[in-house]
Design a binder for this molecule. Structure first.
Ligand SMILES: NC(=O)c1ccc[n+]([C@@H]2O[C@H](COP(=O)([O-])OP(=O)(O)OC[C@H]3O[C@@H](n4cnc5c(N)ncnc54)[C@H](OP(=O)(O)O)[C@@H]3O)[C@@H](O)[C@H]2O)c1
Length: 175
């Protein structure tokens, strides 16, 4: 199973404020949906709370240390990131039609931990600086990550905000 991570990040590495996203970019939402549909998605409890319920057509795996007796049926609770990957691995079992990757989809706490395990980063670089953000993504170290693909620059028709889709792969370890 390929361990992936997907996020929209400002130029100052901001990703959220008051447990909400910073932008409403339909083009980025479509990119997120296209990449993650059919795959297990792993998220921290705070990110789950920020959604309007489980994401459709994806196995939603939510990490929380606390028991959650009234958890919706369509989610699976995980006790740690490692446990979440174990659960996702069962979906990505190599059978016909099974997904080959899982996605960590936030938030700040969960991304920070997942960076050490991830093979691929799907980063939407949003060319904006958000000074009053309270959730940040770790700086991407070019010694560890290389750009595998970069889209053309996109422009949101309503806000005029520019953004691009960049996929990073972990560099092979030197012998
Ligand atoms: N820009 C983007 O693409 C994007 C995407 C997603 C989220 N976000 C933003 O990120 C912000 C939320 O980030 P956050 O850091 O506050 O929350 P988070 O990572 O979503 O959730 C943190 C919580 O998840 C649980 N958790 C995560 N990893 C765990 C582990 N290894 N062991 C045990 N529990 C674990 C804990 O919950 P318990 O306390 O219940 O144990 C922890 O308090 C929001 O502003 C959101 O909008 C942005």
């Amino acid at each position: 199973m390929e361990k992936s991570l997907i996020v929209a990040v400002a130029d100052n590495w901001a990703i959220g404020r008051k447990n909400a996203l910073l932008w409403n970019l339909p083009g980025d939402m479509a990119y997120f949906r296209k990449n993650t549909t059919g795959c297990p998605v792993i998220m921290g409890y705070m990110t789950y709370l920020s959604l309007r319920g489980p994401l459709p057509k994806r196995h939603n795996i939510v990490i929380s240390l606390f028991p959650w007796p009234d958890a919706p049926e369509r989610i699976t609770l995980a006790s740690s990131l490692e446990n979440a990957y174990e659960i996702a691995e069962k979906d990505c079992d190599g059978s016909e039609g099974a997904p080959s990757k899982c996605f960590v989809m936030g938030g700040a706490y969960t991304y920070k931990e997942a960076m050490a395990y991830s093979d691929t980063l799907y980063i939407t670089h949003v060319h904006d600086v958000v000074e009053d953000a309270d959730a940040f993504f770790p700086v991407i170290d070019p010694d560890i990550w290389e750009v595998s693909s970069r889209s053309e620059m996109q422009t949101d028709p309503v806000s005029g905000i520019q953004y691009e889709f960049v996929v990073y792969k972990r560099r092979a370890a030197e012998q």
